[in-house]
Design a binder for this molecule. Structure first.
Ligand code: SF4
Length: 426
């Protein structure tokens, strides 16, 4: 291994690049976001300039307290901020209390949302058993008197309500007027149901409108963002399986976030909900809304590449994503706590995000590699059997390409002061 300082000789045929101009790092930014009011969900502020929260839903039987608490804990450890559980019957509503106790025993604090359909008594039971938020579709919960009973119980308990509307729940008169579940019809239905919930002065409302059609979803959320300032929950429902499902969510959610719309997101994927969290993090990181993110960029490779870059890049990404998880979880905990405190002092809009993102580059050759690697916070450009390590634009070392993964990860860990340092030495 040859340590090469700034301006050191290029002994392995990799062009000299130094300096910090044109660095790749992106900043975590909120400017341009559509202003919404803040709704507190447990200890997590939603809307009002708070970081975009990540949600998921357990797929265990909620009545199985241990299994559900374990899944909730795993989701929270991966960066999920709010977890929803299905409450199909009274036993599931009662189980929420047990899940909460089990989580407390494990030192896990994460808001639990009760997902209710059809029976307003389940919504009330969920609130009585400690739900931090309830998700209802006012269109299928019963008449106004039943809805009012739920809203009054939520108000007394300080529990917000997520008003959910989808293509299948549009009222007949609205569907007839707009000719089906169009964006206008969905928005109209959502606004009608918001009015029903808010009519007695209840304001702790988060709104979600879902469609499996990405364009309808987007148009609806745009319409709603112009007509209400309640926080908006983004998601493409029934996205499906595999890469197509993920891309649908990334396009649907990402495009809205880029337009400044959206306060909380759920990526719906069939299967293990943990994947939803990693995907949500990737979407937020891609639009510069994930404080603590570590971006790993790598070249697509071409005929100039003489090393197994896909394997190296994959190994780097795996190790870095562990470091990122710790960073992101810690950063989010701090950011939400700060936002919640500002909200208590009626100064929610004074929140300013802190941490910038961090970029790690893994490039395959000495032609384009050094330029890209030197513009990242930490980057490596591979030559023929050797690799050159750059930090903040300065070449700091050369070593055999067999050392790329441990050297790069060690440098990332040292730079970020992450407990992930143990990863590098293992
Ligand atoms: S960095 Fe080199 S190996 Fe990678 S795509 Fe560009 S030219 Fe090809």
């Amino acid at each position: 291994m040859n340590a090469v300082g700034q301006g050191g000789a290029d002994r392995e045929g990799v062009p000299e690049v130094s300096g910090t101009e044109g660095r790749i790092g992106r900043y975590y930014t909120l400017p341009g976001r559509r202003p919404t009011r803040t709704v507190m969900c447990g200890g997590i502020p939603v809307g009002g300039g708070a970081p975009v929260s990540i949600q998921s839903m357990t797929n265990t039987d909620t009545r199985d307290v241990k299994a559900t608490a374990s899944q909730v804990a795993a989701l929270a450890a991966a960066g999920c901020d709010i977890v929803r559980c299905a409450v199909p019957d009274e036993s599931a509503a009662v189980a929420l209390k047990g899940i909460r106790a089990e989580l407390a025993a494990r030192g896990v604090r994460v808001p639990l949302v009760a997902d209710i359909h059809f029976d307003h008594r389940l919504a009330i039971a969920a609130i009585e058993n400690g739900a931090d938020k309830i998700r209802i579709n006012p269109g299928n919960i019963g008449g106004d008197d039943r809805l009012r009973a739920v809203v009054e119980r939520a108000r007394a308990a300080g529990v917000p309500i997520r008003v959910g509307v989808n293509g299948g729940s549009i009222e007949k008169d609205i569907a007839a007027e707009y000719g089906g579940p169009t964006a206008e019809a969905l928005a109209e239905s959502a606004l009608r149901n918001i009015d029903r919930v808010a009519s007695g002065g209840f304001e702790d409302i988060v709104v979600s409108v879902k469609s499996s059609d990405v364009r309808v979803c987007g148009e609806t959320l745009h319409l709603l963002s112009e007509r209400t300032d309640f926080p908006l929950h983004l998601g493409v429902t029934e996205a499906g399986v595999g890469d197509r499902a993920l891309v649908k969510s990334a396009v649907g959610i990402g495009a809205l976030l880029e337009d400044g719309i959206g306060d909380t997101i759920r990526v719906s994927l069939t299967g293990d909900p943990l994947r939803e969290i990693y995907s949500a993090r990737d979407i937020l990181a891609s639009v510069g809304l994930l404080p603590g993110a570590i971006d790993v960029i790598s070249c697509p490779t071409c005929g100039r590449c003489k090393i197994d870059l896909p394997r190296i890049a994959e190994a780097v990404w795996e190790a870095v994503s562990e470091i990122e998880t710790e960073r992101v979880v810690a950063e989010r905990r701090e950011s939400f706590a700060e936002c919640a405190e500002l909200y208590r002092r009626d100064k929610a809009r004074e929140y300013r995000p802190g941490q910038e993102s961090f970029t790690v580059a893994v490039m395959g050759c000495a032609v384009n590699g050094p330029g890209e690697a030197s513009r990242a916070d930490i980057g490596v450009a591979c030559g023929n059997g050797v690799a050159v390590l750059f930090k903040e634009g300065v070449k700091i070392a050369t070593f055999a390409d067999s050392d790329i993964v441990p050297r790069l990860i060690a440098e990332v860990s040292d730079t970020l002061g992450s407990p992930g340092g143990s990863i590098a030495s293992s």
